[in-house]
Design a protein around this ligand. Structure first.
Ligand code: SF4
Length: 258
């Protein structure tokens, strides 16, 4: 950060001046802007025109992974705040794990990897007595042309933005962190300089959790703002982008385009 400081013009609290001020206020999601899974951005056009995508296995698993993180965070927080020691807290959580997961629609017979994920998160957070993490933080990104109701996956002590991703890492995930950091700076008028990308993947019954710390640099901020302006131009132009040559398996519009 010392070598590459963030100039004030790239802070979200400068929402009323370019480059932060948007050309139009279209209520965009951070993921719509940042995550370029579709090479031609046709997914944005389809979504804007209310074409429904299919909730495929990738989207289902991704959404359940987020819910498991949220649930694990709530459960550890509840036990530790009540004053239980880490081992008693984990025993209580572990005993109720199957029922808790059932509440969010997880059948542990079929999706045992989600039970493993829940247990490994709660075990390590209990052991570290770690409750300094707020999950599912809501923020109004409308002054930046983003949604009024953005959901940040998590905020950790020291103003660290947390994003949870299911599947393989992509470079553009860092742009998502920049989008949330800008929205938080606008909303809370405080700097958000760092983020963590947490990756969860599963290979049959095995889970893999890894994480990457990210400095939300001037470059990432500019890239996010450029991507936002490109999306605004694309929507306002009403031009229909072509079908991509290569479509990721996870795209919910495969049944529409291909
Ligand atoms: S199916 Fe292909 S072209 Fe259509 S939105 Fe998805 S990635 Fe883009």
């Amino acid at each position: 950060m010392e070598q590459d400081p963030i100039e004030d013009s790239l802070r979200g609290w400068n929402w009323d001046k370019p480059p932060i001020r948007p050309r139009a206020y279209l209520n965009l999601g951070v993921s719509q802007v940042a995550y370029k899974y579709c090479p031609t951005r046709r997914d944005i056009y389809l979504r804007w025109n209310n074409v429904k995508g299919c909730r495929n296995i990738f989207l289902r698993n991704g959404s359940l992974v987020h819910e498991v993180f949220h649930l694990a965070n709530q459960d550890v927080r509840r036990e530790l705040i009540q004053g239980f020691s880490p081992w008693v807290a984990y025993e209580n959580i572990s005993r109720r794990a199957v029922l808790r997961l059932k509440k969010i629609g997880v059948n542990v017979e079929k999706d045992g990897w989600l039970l493993d994920l829940y247990k490994s998160l709660t075990l390590s957070w209990c052991a570290d007595k770690w409750i300094g993490f707020i999950s599912e933080y809501r923020v109004d990104g409308s002054p930046l042309g983003l949604s009024k109701n953005l959901h940040v996956d998590g905020l950790a002590e020291g103003s660290v933005v947390i994003e949870i991703k299911y599947g393989r890492p992509y470079d553009f995930h860092k742009l998502g962190l920049a989008g949330y950091a800008l929205a938080l700076e606008c909303f809370l008028e405080a700097p958000f300089d760092y983020g963590i990308l947490i990756y969860v993947s599963n290979n049959s019954s095995q889970i893999n959790v890894s994480w990457e710390p990210v400095y939300i640099s001037p470059y990432l901020r500019k890239e996010f703002l450029e991507a936002r302006d490109e999306v605004i131009d694309l929507i306002l132009s009403e031009r229909e982008p072509p079908i991509a040559d290569f479509c990721p398996e996870s795209c919910p519009y495969r049944g529409v385009c291909r």
